[in-house]
Design a protein around this ligand. Structure first.
Ligand code: SME
Length: 150
């Protein structure tokens, strides 16, 4: 299934859900339910003035890692690097925070508002090497849509 086909549904969620929180939660739920290799989907945002990320919305198993210091794990590295991060095999990463032993690969895409990295979408897969350029460009598009809410 082409991820591009999900774009109209995402646009609809953004247009019709009432609050920013409900829009983000519904996007997470929609992606987790409709994309086979998306087992956990979440949005982290910079936590005020602190050098850390805070989990704002997610779908999938609850995680203990609701706060992630900048620089720690894949998410914390993206908060600092401002670069997309595709991890084929999480077990090969030194700087990685495990949320579940089932997770095999991960993608994190930063979310920019006026060129500032304010947060990110983080997706875990229980399949190894699950993410491709198609996921990357779809999620860049998605974050640009979400950025318009800020
Ligand atoms: N694996 C992430 C932590 C967040 S969980 O995937 C929900 C990381 O290394 O930053």
């Amino acid at each position: 299934m082409s991820l591009s086909l999900l774009k109209p549904e995402i646009t609809k969620i953004i247009r019709t859900s009432k609050t920013v929180d409900s829009k983000l939660s519904k996007i997470c739920e929609f992606l987790q339910e409709n994309v086979k290799h998306y087992d956990w989907v979440g949005f982290y945002f910079k936590n005020g003035d602190k050098p850390e990320l805070k989990l704002k919305a997610y779908a999938g198993k609850p995680t203990d890692h609701t706060i992630i210091p900048f620089g720690k794990g894949i998410c914390g590295q993206v908060a600092v690097s401002n670069e997309n991060f595709l991890v084929e095999d999480v077990s090969a990463q030194d700087n990685y925070i495990a949320c579940s032993i089932d997770v095999k690969s991960e993608i994190v895409i930063p979310l920019f508002v006026n060129d500032e990295n304010i947060g990110q979408i983080d997706i875990d897969s229980n399949t190894a090497n699950a993410f491709s350029q198609e996921d990357e460009s779809f999620l860049v598009w998605l974050n640009a849509e979400v950025a318009q809410l800020y």
